[in-house]
Ligand binder design. Sequence first.
Ligand code: ADP
Ligand code: MG
Length: 439
Amino acid sequence: MSVREVENIFVDILDRAKAIDPVNTRKWFDQLNVVHFNGGSLEIGCPDEATAQFLRDNCKSSFTRAAQQITGHLVTIQFNVYTHKGFFKSSKSHVSELKLHPDYTFDNFVVGPSNRLAHASCIAVSQSLGNTYNPLFTYGNSGLGKTHLLHAVCAETRRKSHKAIIQFLSCEDFVNRFIRAIEEGNLAGFQSQFRTVDMLVIDDVQFLREREQSQEEFFHTFNALYNNGKQIILSADCPPTQIPSLEERLISRFNWGLVTRIDPPSHDTRVAIVQKKAHLRGLSISDEIAEYVARKVQANIRELEGALTTIYAVATTTGKEITLELARTALEGQIKAAARHISITDIIEVVTTHFDVRLTDLQSKRRSQGITEPRQICMYLARDLTKHSLEEIGGHLGGRDHTTVMHACSKISKAKKSDPQMNSLLNELTKQVTQMPKA
Ligand code: ADP
Ligand code: MG
């Protein structure tokens, strides 16, 4: 096959993949190229590790299907970083261990009055690690862009200095890795991993509450980094003083640097975000539709993005153009579903009725099979159907800690896979919970 032919086939495959999975289509697909194609396997070159990772995580099956449809036979697909001709960056260097989402950059972040300070401080920090605001603490409700900003700081820092050692993880990961290190008797390894970085970024630190040993460890990590002038960035859903059971000495340290708040976006910012998200997917939508979406979805940007995705998906599956009318029809269903918000109480009601047990039994210390199973099923469904944290779920069920909830979820999820009866029970309960009539 000539280079030209390969390129043509690749263009067809890309178009087909976009049609198969419009939700994960990105404008930068245009920058992908063919590194190697021999009929049976296709190696696709990506501009950087973040895009390669995005494709591996989200697009492998759509690309595989597209390639099969276009070429008429099975093609295995690989996504690798390809910078200059013939030069491959090893995906094993410490540089790539950082998992960043390609969408979450400063370029893709819309700045408005609600997030201006948080955004500016993140930019400042990325320009000079450890020298401006240290620690930088950003808080705000869920879905307002905290994680996006943290990814952007890491990406920008990485772009400026390939050598900077960055650790970026959720607080949940930090705690879990700490617990594992203790179990494996490798605390020293854990400590050297976190105390030798240039920048430590921890998302959702409200999760640090009530776990004294990990707070203690975090405190020492913080001190070690801070005293060496290393950058620390933290996010949470509330200000330091409101994190439940956070030790006084950590609250005071979190306040040493700059604390910024992100508020819900104004109407104009929401319109700009809808347009930005559309642009990112290579879509153009009219101002009228962007205004409509921004009016419909107000509280949470994640839902704003979900609304756009729904519209896009309805347009591609029906083959229709995106009009205001189509946007309206597409969002009707979504808005109704959002109104039917599922709570843990709903789940408990369905489960206790089904098993004929009382809530007080589920909350008690009793460990008989007849009580343990419904309790674990409650935990599993709460994890599956609500956004509550492991701790919140444990709190509803007799103040159990997060490891108990985690254990219950993994046990039920295993049973779901191996036991068809459990599978159909869970499906039935889920159906009942999601179809509960709401006032
Ligand atoms: P949080 O961590 O605060 O819960 P995220 O950072 O996960 O919120 O943001 C949720 C979604 O909203 C992400 O897809 C993110 O890209 C998007 N988003 C939030 N704020 C903005 C913004 N100002 N501009 C563009 N996208 C945004
Ligand atoms: Mg987040």
